[in-house]
Structures are given as C-alpha cells and as structure tokens.
Design a protein around this ligand. Structure first.
Ligand SMILES: CC(C)(COP(=O)(O)OP(=O)(O)OC[C@H]1O[C@@H](n2cnc3c(N)ncnc32)[C@H](O)[C@@H]1OP(=O)(O)O)[C@@H](O)C(=O)NCCC(=O)NCCS
Length: 152
C-alpha cells in the first residue's frame, strides 16, 4: 500500500510535507504559528521528517528533531497518518524508519509527548515499545501531556 517512506531532503519535499501537515491541524495553541516556524526549520535541517506516499501523494509524516537539551535523544514533534490510510501499517513504517535513523546516527532514545487523552496515539506508541515517563503541562495550563519514550 505504501509506495515509499523517505527522509525529506529538498525544498520541494518540505513544501509537500508542509501542505500535508497543514491539512490536519492538531489541537495545540498557535498551531499555525508553530507550523510556519516548523517549515523554516525543515528548510534548514534543524527539524527533519520522514514521509510516506501512496500514488504519489503524502499519506503520513513524522517530523522530529534533536532534543534541545539531551544530545542522545531524538524528539518526535508531529506525527500524522491520514485517516483514510490509518490502520494499515503506515504509522508503524514511519516510526520504524525513525528508529533505524536514530540507531545509525548514534541516538539512544526517542521521546514524544501527546495530549494525555490522545488514547489512540498513546496505544499506538505503547504497541511500538514506548513507555510512559510521566505527565507535564507543556502547552496549556490546565491540559497535561503524556511523555513517552523508547530506548533504541
Ligand atoms: C496513531 C497513528 C499515528 C497510527 O498510525 P497508523 O498508520 O494508523 O498505525 P498502524 O496501522 O501502523 O498501527 C500500528 C499498531 O498501533 C495500533 N493502533 C493504531 N491506531 C490505533 C488506535 N486508533 N487505537 C488503538 N490502537 C491503535 C494498531 O492496533 C496497530 O497494531 P497491530 O499492528 O497489532 O494491529 C495515526 O492513527 C494518527 O495519525 N493519529 C493521529 C495522530 C496524532 O494525534 N498526532 C498528535 C500527536 S504527535
């Protein structure tokens, strides 16, 4: 079903991933401000992304970066599979690529946060070997995020 999963590498691909992510806004404050900044960071390689395609269109993407404080950690910043293609292994394929990227580039851990009530994402991550490290208020005062991590 997936044609390929690729590490984003040129400005045209940045535009395509940006367009895909923009279609599926997530419930975070200033999401579109974040998205514009994210696009610039993808352009300069400060953030990186894997994306999956089907019939030439993007059906899933995983944006990540080096953790800002811990050199050995990769941090997932945005993860999304289009609803039409969910439950068919696309998310797993993207996450698998990130693990292999992390291992071959000397990282020892992947960390991700998601709304504490995003049960489908949390279930998916647990199935992929992540463990819940805790909960924190990262974005909104009265909303907590679950922090999950996986050792590589
Ligand atoms: C979570 C998500 C990435 C999963 O992608 P996917 O391509 O549907 O996942 P896969 O098909 O690879 O599923 C892998 C496993 O996770 C489990 N899983 C996937 N979606 C699930 C769900 N909604 N509820 C419970 N388990 C789920 C599946 O059971 C599957 O296990 P199996 O292989 O034993 O059947 C996708 O549904 C998504 O984009 N969700 C919204 C993302 C989001 O909220 N992002 C914000 C936080 S960064």
């Amino acid at each position: 079903m997936i044609e390929q999963v690729k590490l984003l590498s040129d400005p045209e691909e940045v535009q395509k991933v940006y367009d895909f992510v923009k279609q599926y806004p997530l419930d975070y404050p200033d999401y579109f401000v974040w998205l514009e900044k994210c696009r610039r960071q993808l352009d300069i390689g400060d953030k990186r992304a894997f994306y999956a395609t089907h019939k030439g269109s993007i059906i899933g993407s995983l944006i990540f970066q080096n953790h800002r404080e811990e050199d050995s950690v990769l941090e997932i910043k945005n993860f999304r599979v289009s609803e039409e293609h969910s439950g068919k292994g696309v998310g797993s394929a993207l996450e698998l690529m990130l693990c292999s990227y992390g291992r071959s580039n000397g990282f020892s851990r992947i960390r991700v946060d998601t709304h504490h009530n995003n049960f489908s994402m949390i279930q998916f991550l647990i199935k992929r070997g992540y463990v819940i490290e805790g909960e924190e208020n990262l974005y909104v005062i009265n909303k907590t995020e679950a922090i999950l991590a996986k050792d590589l």
